[in-house]
Ligand binder design. Structure first.
Ligand SMILES: [Zn+2]
Length: 309
């Protein structure tokens, strides 16, 4: 039976209580273990992940990258976001710091990691479009400038990030194969222009275009170069954009879930034919969407463990 085994005054129980109390005193008042993952090297124009996981709740999480600070609210003590080095050969060889800051037990903590910029060769793309799409008429200059401002304001939205999906978990906006990859230095009708800022996916006019992940619509419109365009904020300075749409089905300010139909694809703006242009803007840089769709390799993260006291 043993009903009296742990009765008051039982020497075994007393010893057990003393041991537990000694163990309690031996533990620091507050301790936590934080794991942070970031790559040591990343190629220009390619996305990479930064992840933070802590054993105890931390607050006030921010990530600073190339002079911009992005805030995060952890879910289940974790933060996962995407950053990238702009597609600029001038950055190759540089070591860029990614700084993670947070508060634990009322104390501020800071972790700094370095990401070395490596080169990536992007193909040259020669295209033929309507002449007005290479050298827009003077009458359209004011419109183009106004649209550029709207886009800059939308991409300056700073809502808190959380936990972004891993590559295999992002929704592919349309099923079509890539028809033009990201980054290719472009020559329009013989005139050189900047590298391609997105990934073109084959899509017949009228194909439903799905949101890659949960977010909030921050801009919609029919713009000179982009045509029908939807910009979605995923928090923490990460955006996905969808161009050349024929019909837009969402409004600015609308919350969307991964897989929601945002629009119908089309052939509006500067295009050679119908397709979806999918752009990723993260850490204030246009990045290749293919690695996030799990269709190209992504820089491997290196995890380090930090003990907090
Ligand atoms: Zn494109």
């Amino acid at each position: 039976m043993g009903a009296g085994r742990f009765s008051r005054g039982d020497p075994v129980k007393k010893l057990f209580a003393v041991l537990m109390f000694a163990l309690f005193l031996a533990l620091p008042a507050q301790a936590a273990r934080v794991r942070m993952s970031a790559p040591e090297k990343a190629e220009i124009g390619q996305p990479f992940y930064v992840e933070l996981r802590s054993s105890e709740p931390v607050s006030g999480v921010s990530v600073t990258w190339r002079g911009q600070k992005y805030s995060f609210v952890p879910h289940d003590n974790a933060v996962r976001t995407v950053l990238g080095i702009p597609n600029s050969a001038k950055l190759v060889g540089q070591s860029l710091p990614v700084t993670v800051e947070f508060t634990f037990g009322g104390k501020p903590y800071r972790i700094v990691r370095k990401v070395k910029a490596a080169s990536h060769s992007y193909p040259r793309q020669v295209l033929k479009v309507a002449p007005k799409m290479v050298n827009p008429p003077k009458s359209e200059q004011a419109r183009i400038a106004a649209e550029r401002k709207l886009v800059a304001a939308a991409l300056a939205t700073r809502t808190a990030g959380g936990v972004l999906p891993r590559p295999k978990d992002f929704v592919r906006p349309v099923d079509g194969i890539p028809t033009a990859k990201f980054g290719g230095f472009r020559v329009y009708n013989g005139t050189p222009r900047a590298g391609h800022g997105g990934l073109d996916l084959r899509a017949a006019v009228g194909t439903p275009v799905k949101a890659m992940c949960d977010g909030t619509v921050v801009l919609t419109g029919f713009h000179y170069f982009s045509g029908g365009a939807v910009y979605v904020d995923h928090g923490g300075g990460v955006f996905s954009v969808y161009f050349h749409l024929s019909k837009i089905l969402v409004k600015k300010g609308q919350k969307v879930s991964a897989g929601d139909v945002l629009a119908l694809s089309g052939a509006t703006g500067r295009v050679t034919g119908p397709h979806l242009h999918l752009g990723i803007n993260a850490g204030s840089a246009w990045l290749d969407a293919l690695p996030l769709l799990g269709e190209a390799k992504i820089a491997p993260g290196v995890e380090k463990v930090y003990e907090l006291k």
